[in-house]
Ligand binder design. Structure first.
Ligand SMILES: Cc1ncc(COP(=O)(O)O)c(C=O)c1O
Length: 418
């Protein structure tokens, strides 16, 4: 088929397409321990709250009609926008109203719009890129740009924390913001590493963005107020120059596809304009399910008292398993401060992380090779071939068995030198 550049871009070998394909094929084979994808766990108490909400809608004819039979405005359902603005104002003191919020069909779609709104070709003929101040970063960004050469990213500083832990730090000395940068973007907590940028690092990025009159995008898909998957001290931040992205996915509603952008009114208006052209309206489902939970405070309670301890407990238990299983091997794990991933670094690993991935897949354990998570970075840094991402959100006995197999395979590779 003869396709435009646009069509070709999405039918080619985009990293995320081959990864999703591979994960899908692995799942279809059955018997696999799936620690690769980004699916959140299924938490009974959250599912119960969702079920109750859904039942209340079904039992009320008016509400049901609103759920399935009426297009929302392009910014999303008003009652949700009001409820979230109130929550952000009360919890964090953010000066936001409904006019500062726009819903999208998943936050992934919001990033597609935002990135291409702020980077790419400009009317004066110039081109701009998105700067990721610290790689590794979320793989889902990598293929979103409609132009080539869309991202530039910066290597982190590595802070060793004892023999088997480390933390990536933003290396401000290496960040260069020229006229060709349209926006900065960080995920906090970070997918894939579970890192949480410190308040000082966020402040540094806020100042950098302000100095260059470009927005800072903070991707809070795992952050506060929901789903609240942060296990360290971190203050949320927003101002008129910051775009905060949130999502209902990791709260437990990935299939509902609700992304949330909080930004100044000008950005929200462009975003909602693109929403109406491309989608007519964002879906109502997520907004209707969660607006009452937000109004009642239940959304915060579930996040703080159910979701956060659920993941934090899993993380602490799997770390114990790791430290036992990998003993005697030069492994390092990024300090898991948030989200639901463990990021392993195997210094001097004799094979690439992709080969390790293949060998683990042959042993029925699916992880993600770390090399995908460095968009916009030159490929000459060996570290990029020495890491894997492991999702620990699924059934605990499977995850622990998976860790034993990973440890066994990695030890074999180090011992054999290949
Ligand atoms: C850091 C990060 N941002 C954004 C997304 C997109 O999520 P969704 O489109 O489900 O809101 C994900 C999904 O895994 C993610 O990990």
């Amino acid at each position: 088929m003869n396709l435009s550049n646009f069509g070709k871009k999405f039918s080619g070998d985009a990293g995320i397409l081959s990864l999703m394909d591979d994960l899908g094929n692995a799942l279809a084979q059955g018997g696999m321990i799936m620690m690769g994808g980004g699916n959140p766990g299924h938490i009974p108490e959250v599912q119960e709250a969702v079920k109750t909400q859904l039942q209340a809608i079904i039992d009320d004819e008016d509400e049901l009609r609103k759920l399935v039979g009426i297009y929302d405005p392009p910014k999303g359902k008003g009652v949700f926008l009001e409820a979230l603005a109130d929550l952000l104002h009360q919890q964090f003191g953010w000066k936001v109203g409904p006019e500062n919020i726009c819903l999208t069909n998943g936050s992934q779609a919001a990033f597609f719009i935002l990135f291409n709104m702020l980077a790419g070709r400009y009317p004066d003929g110039s081109s701009k890129k998105i700067l990721l101040p610290m790689a590794p970063e979320y793989i889902g960004y990598a293929d979103l740009g409609l132009c080539s050469d869309f991202f530039v990213s910066v290597k982190p500083r590595i802070e060793e924390r004892g023999e088997h832990r480390f933390k990536y730090r933003v290396d401000f000395d290496q960040i260069v913001v020229d006229d060709d940068i349209g926006a900065l973007c960080v995920s906090r907590p970070t997918n894939p590493t579970g890192n949480v940028l410190t308040d000082e690092e966020i402040q540094g990025l806020v100042e950098l963005a302000e100095k260059h009159a470009i927005p800072l995008i903070i991707d809070s898909a795992y952050g506060i107020p929901f789903p609240g998957m942060i296990y360290t001290q971190a203050s949320p931040f927003w101002n008129e120059n910051v775009i905060v992205s949130m999502s209902l996915s990791k709260f437990g509603l990935p299939a509902v596809r609700t992304g949330i952008i909080i930004a100044n009114k000008e950005i929200v208006d462009v975003l909602s304009g693109i929403n109406s052209v491309a989608n007519l309206a964002p879906g109502s489902f997520g907004a209707m399910l969660t607006a009452p939970l937000m109004q009642s405070g239940e959304m915060l309670r579930l996040s703080n008292e159910v979701i956060k301890p659920y993941y934090q407990g899993k993380m602490e238990r799997v770390l114990d398993v790791i430290d036992q299983a990998f003993a005697g091997c030069p492994y390092k794990v990024h300090v898991p401060e948030g989200a639901m991933f463990l990021w392993f670094w195997f210094p001097g690993l004799p094979v690439s992380s992709q080969v390790l991935y293949e060998r683990l897949k042959a042993r029925k354990v699916v992880v993600v090779s770390g090399h995908y998570f460095f968009p916009g970075l030159d490929a000459d840094w060996p570290h990029m071939q020495e890491c894997i991402r492991v999702n620990y959100s699924q059934e605990e006995s499977d995850v622990h068995r998976g860790i034993q197999i990973i440890a066994d395979e990695v030890k074999k590779i180090y011992q054999e030198g290949r």
